[in-house]
Design a protein around this ligand. Structure first.
Ligand SMILES: Cc1cc2nc3c(=O)[nH]c(=O)nc-3n(C[C@H](O)[C@H](O)[C@H](O)COP(=O)(O)O)c2cc1C
Length: 203
């Protein structure tokens, strides 16, 4: 079994990092011989999509120029990581009502034509099947159903949609809301309990 652990917070004292660590620790206990791939997006300086990248992504490797090969190398590495994983845990702070730029950068690298999605007569098809995904968010506000800021959540709905676009439809969200405010500690404890349940339930 392989777990891909992705973090995207800029902060060392991050709530989402603490919670994904808790997930990894619990997962390791359940899977003592399992492999964990760690991808810290604050420590990985991913390239942006360029002209060379797009040309490489829509052509065959034998046709790539040196510049195209270099532009798409990080994407090849990140796609290989996600293909290898059976379970994926993503730490996602909310920044400006959506995800941090490094997490968007990672998504831009893993959403790859013919590798993680394809277009056919019936439209787009996700190619990553059978993987379990856990997204652990941390936010200062509260965005649950019926809350005044529900419509301002461009984080969870976006992640759910883009993950399903590449075939990742088994996605569980665990939210730690009210961070930095009253109720932060109890929200974190509730998230830890959900993590324990999620990891145990995944077996
Ligand atoms: C640059 C930045 C933007 C933020 N934007 C929002 C926001 O739009 N909505 C919100 O509820 N919290 C926002 N926050 C608060 C964070 O989501 C909160 O502190 C969370 O715990 C950060 O995750 P981390 O602890 O894993 O770093 C923002 C924090 C930062 C640093």
């Amino acid at each position: 079994m392989t777990l891909l652990h992705v973090d995207s917070s800029a902060r060392h004292t991050s709530v989402s990092r603490q919670l994904t660590s808790q997930f990894v620790e619990t997962w390791k206990k359940e899977n003592p011989s399992g492999e964990v791939i760690t991808r810290d997006l604050a420590a990985t300086h991913l390239p942006l999509i360029t002209d060379e990248w797009t040309q490489a992504s829509f052509s065959e490797p034998e046709q790539w120029t040196g510049a195209q090969k270099a532009a798409i190398a990080a994407s090849d590495e990140l796609v290989a990581e996600i293909l290898r994983a059976d379970t994926i845990v993503i730490g996602a702070p909310m920044y400006n009502f959506t995800i941090p730029a490094p997490l968007k950068g990672w998504i831009d690298q893993i959403v790859r034509s013919k590798k993680t999605f394809s277009y056919g007569p019936e439209g787009p098809k996700g190619l990553l099947a059978g993987k379990k995904v856990f997204v652990i968010t941390s936010r200062a506000g509260a965005y649950g159903p019926g809350s005044p800021f529900e419509k301002a959540d461009f984080q969870a709905p976006y992640l759910r949609f883009i993950l399903s676009f590449i075939g990742l439809t088994d996605v569980t969200f665990i939210h730690a809301e009210h961070q930095g405010r009253e109720g932060a500690e109890s929200a974190r404890q509730a998230a830890v309990a959900q993590i324990q349940q999620a990891v145990h339930g995944a077996h």
